[in-house]
Design a protein around this ligand. Structure first.
Ligand code: NAP
Length: 256
């Protein structure tokens, strides 16, 4: 029970297939108390059963693309629940029409929106995290290998993830003096709502499964357990890192 007595916020739960769900299960199994945000009232209702399953706090509204919503959500948590110990940012977005074909067809509008939701939102979460975690704590965001090497159709999301990974290093430096650690998990491909927007995603799954030293795709549980470790006191000396949880795929160069 390495998270016993710790409370935390999960941002980015869409349904039971979400990576956030695997993370929540693992954190709860280790004793953590969880709070959730949702983008709109529609999604708030959709995940209310999940929120009950994991602790029963009311789901708090937070569209991370809108000015002020992150700060307002954090103020509400502080008022209703009090200080917390960790935050999971499991959020990304791009118009799925631009996650297929050539990267150069990305529109300016979608480029900026993808960067705003998938990268800038984490910077804003970190900026306001000191207020919510006055005694220190941990933050984890989710990234993908497409930030490092070309993965077909990942396109603008790859750029957002590269920027997100760089921001993890700067944010870790900014927040270290407040005993707040900032890390990222580079997850292998998992079939989720967001992932289904990436063109030919089933081919990526199959390719990674075949290349993987562990001869399988990664699971929500793999990601959840790694995230729990990073947020626990067992990882007290780890910050600014991108941890690959992908059954070893990123280590393989050429495989015959
Ligand atoms: P998911 O279940 O669809 O989760 C994505 C979440 O992002 C949803 O809960 C969605 O909320 C939220 N979101 C999008 N725009 C938002 C906004 N403006 N404000 C607040 N929330 C917003 O998909 P997932 O695969 O678990 O994705 C979670 C994270 O893991 C993402 O960062 C993704 O890039 C990353 N990741 C995924 C994979 C993979 O293969 N699945 C691999 C590596 C990394 P709504 O449901 O309300 O729209």
């Amino acid at each position: 029970m390495i998270m016993q007595g710790k409370k935390g916020l999960i941002m980015g739960m869409a349904n039971k297939f979400s990576i956030a769900y695997g993370i929540s299960e693992s954190l709860k199994n280790q004793g953590a108390e969880l709070i959730f945000t949702a983008q709109t009232d529609y999604f708030k209702n959709k995940i209310s059963d999940i929120a009950n399953e994991f602790g029963g706090h009311e789901v708090i509204l937070c569209d991370v693309s809108k000015d002020g919503e992150i700060e307002n959500a954090f103020d509400q948590i502080l008022k209703d629940i009090g200080p917390i110990d960790f935050i999971v940012h499991s959020i990304a977005f791009s118009d799925k029409n631009e996650l297929l074909g050539k990267y150069y067809n990305t529109s300016r509008a979608n480029f900026l929106n993808a960067m705003n939701i998938s990268c800038y939102s984490f910077t804003e979460v970190c900026k306001h995290s000191q207020k919510l975690m006055p005694n220190g704590g941990g933050l984890v965001t989710l990234t993908y290998y497409g930030s490092e090497k070309v993965v077909p159709n990942y396109n603008v999301m790859a750029l957002a993830k590269s920027a997100l990974e760089t921001s993890v290093r700067y944010l870790a430096d900014d927040l270290g003096e407040f005993w707040i650690r900032v890390n990222s998990i580079s997850a292998g491909p998992i079939k989720t709502l967001a992932a289904s927007g990436v063109g030919e995603f089933s081919k990526i799954l199959e390719y990674e499964r075949n290349r993987s030293p562990l001869k399988r795709n990664v699971t929500q549980k793999d990601i959840g357990d790694a995230c729990t470790f990073l947020l626990s006191d067992l990882a007290s000396g780890i910050t600014g890192e991108i941890i690959h949880v992908d059954c070893g795929c990123n280590t393989i160069g050429v495989k015959f």
